[in-house]
Design a protein around this ligand. Sequence first.
Ligand code: SF4
Length: 167
Amino acid sequence: HAQAVMDLGATICTPRNPACGICPLRDPCKARATGIAADLPAKAPKKTKPTRLGIAYLVRRADGAWLLETRPEKGLLGGMLGWPGTDWTESAPPENPPIAARWHDPGLEVRHTFTHFHLRLSLRLALLEDGTPTRGRFLPRQEFRPANLPTVMRKAFDLAQGAWPED
Ligand code: SF4
């Protein structure tokens, strides 16, 4: 039976052009009887993904070290390295910089789509001589590999190029 139904779907009752006139099921078929065969299968309405907003703080120290933090084990990008940032929320989150600095807002935004939402991540940039972060740690320049970052964090790094305050 299963094979017969699959064959019917592949050859006669095709989604775009059901051949009701030669169909062995035309008599009991409710779709044909009610005249909606051509409209089936009905497409499920596309779910619109929500958009979340966040801020990522990119900090470069004078010796070339970068301020990065390991994300919590649970949750998106769990356990991965990333730029310190705010939560990702449906309305604009309050600023939450990880270190005291003169922050530069380049007006840039990373756009990235996860399975369940779109993310718009604003960037804040800072160059500083030194300082103690409230979270994250400075990674020496020679240990920093942008390719090791998850895609959204790497996008933030790439987007920031050419936008640093000294440039
Ligand atoms: S009669 Fe029903 S089962 Fe047969 S092709 Fe038409 S819609 Fe498909």
